[in-house]
Design a binder for this molecule. Structure first.
Ligand SMILES: *Cc1c(COP(=O)(O)O)cnc(C)c1O
Length: 345
């Protein structure tokens, strides 16, 4: 088995549960999640619903399933969903929304994945005998491929208001919502309030081994539970996993500020080496390595020889900070990049 790299900036999914989290998980009170009798799962769902200002929550194994289930619950086959061109739903879920819900996507461009209320209004023109009916707007906070960007609250509210004026609900992919709240100094509830459904992922920087919670109104969650079961997401003694998520809520939110500081320091260090980076808003540094004369893939290979791992999306290199990356690790990463650049022809 390959040894893990010394510094792993591949993704904030590359965390290992801490000893304290494992202890919390081992001691979890459990029941049958599928029957709604797992007390730890129920506690987690109630807690996330309260944090986000919604009536009810649903525990799902992954964030991808939150999006899959939410889109299915809000739409019917043939409907259109409006989302950003590079949303996770469109780019990274193997077409799940199309395959499972039969929806077509109407894609909006925007700065860092943040599109405008005006463009939203245009996309929400009613359907007719030719044009599919737009039935859902999907937002992403923070926006991953947009650069780990944070929607400004005013813009987020304005888009939701435009949707509601057309009678269309809004769903937020909040995989990294807490990165947004910590970066913007906002209460999570303000992001839940304008939308009909929203979820958070416990495996993105929060350090849990699995789990995500989708929240919404009672009726929405009742209907979502059917889809959850249908796509195989009903579980049994899932309190073991939920306990890790509760531990993350108690211990791993405020520290996201450290990840943001580490990302800012990394970007600063890379800029000092002459590399272009996109503006850092949260825990991601997106790097343009074209000035090195290397492809992104080759750059990552060279970096790996110095025991530092990053990822890429096409020609953009991405470094993501998280719970298992320290300030010292960031200095190691900068030194490694410097060593790569020094040895280039
Ligand atoms: C990772 C991610 C998901 C999917 O979450 P998983 O738990 O990996 O299935 C969805 N949306 C965004 C923005 C993500 O970054």
């Amino acid at each position: 088995m390959p040894r893990p790299p010394a510094v792993d900036l591949y993704s904030d999914t590359q965390t290992k549960p801490t000893a304290a989290m494992r202890t919390a998980m081992a001691g979890a009170e459990v029941g049958d999640e599928q029957q709604g009798t797992d007390p730890t799962v129920n506690r987690l769902c109630a807690r996330v619903a309260e944090i986000l200002g919604h009536e009810a929550g649903l525990f799902l194994p992954t964030g991808t399933m939150c999006n899959l289930v939410a889109v299915a619950t809000h739409t019917s086959p043939g409907d259109a969903i409006v989302t950003s061109v590079d949303s996770h739903i469109v780019r990274s879920e193997t077409g799940g929304a199309a395959a499972y819900s039969g929806v077509i996507t109407d894609l909006l461009a925007g700065d860092g994945g943040r599109f405008a209320p005006e463009a939203t209004a245009e996309a929400l023109a009613p359907g007719n005998a030719y044009r599919p009916w737009p039935r859902l707007v999907c937002l992403e906070q923070t926006h991953n491929f947009g650069g780990g960007t944070v929607w400004p609250l005013e813009q987020y509210r304005a888009v939701a208001e435009v949707a509601h004026r057309s009678g269309v609900p809004v769903h937020t992919d909040g995989a990294r919502l807490f990165n947004a709240t910590v970066a913007s100094g906002t209460d999570p509830g303000v992001w839940g309030e304008p939308v009909e459904s929203i979820w958070i992922d416990f495996t993105k920087g929060l350090g849990a081994p699995m789990g995500a919670v989708l929240v919404g109104g009672h009726d929405f969650i009742q209907a979502a539970r059917v889809h959850k079961h249908r796509c195989g997401g009903a579980m049994r003694q899932a309190g073991i996993a939920a306990a890790g998520c509760l531990h993350a809520l108690d211990n791993h939110i405020e520290r996201l500020a450290d990840d943001h500081a580490n990302a800012a320091r990394l970007a600063e260090g890379l800029a000092g080496l002459g590399l272009d980076t996109e503006p850092v808003e949260t825990n991601m540094v997106w790097i343009d390595v074209s000035s090195t004369g290397q492809t992104a893939a080759r750059f990552l290979e060279l970096l790996a020889t110095h025991d530092v791992r990053m990822s890429r999306v096409e020609e953009r290199v991405r470094a993501v900070t998280h719970l298992d990356v320290s300030a010292e690790d960031i200095e190691v990463a900068i030194t490694a990049v410097a060593a790569v650049l020094e040895r280039l022809p």
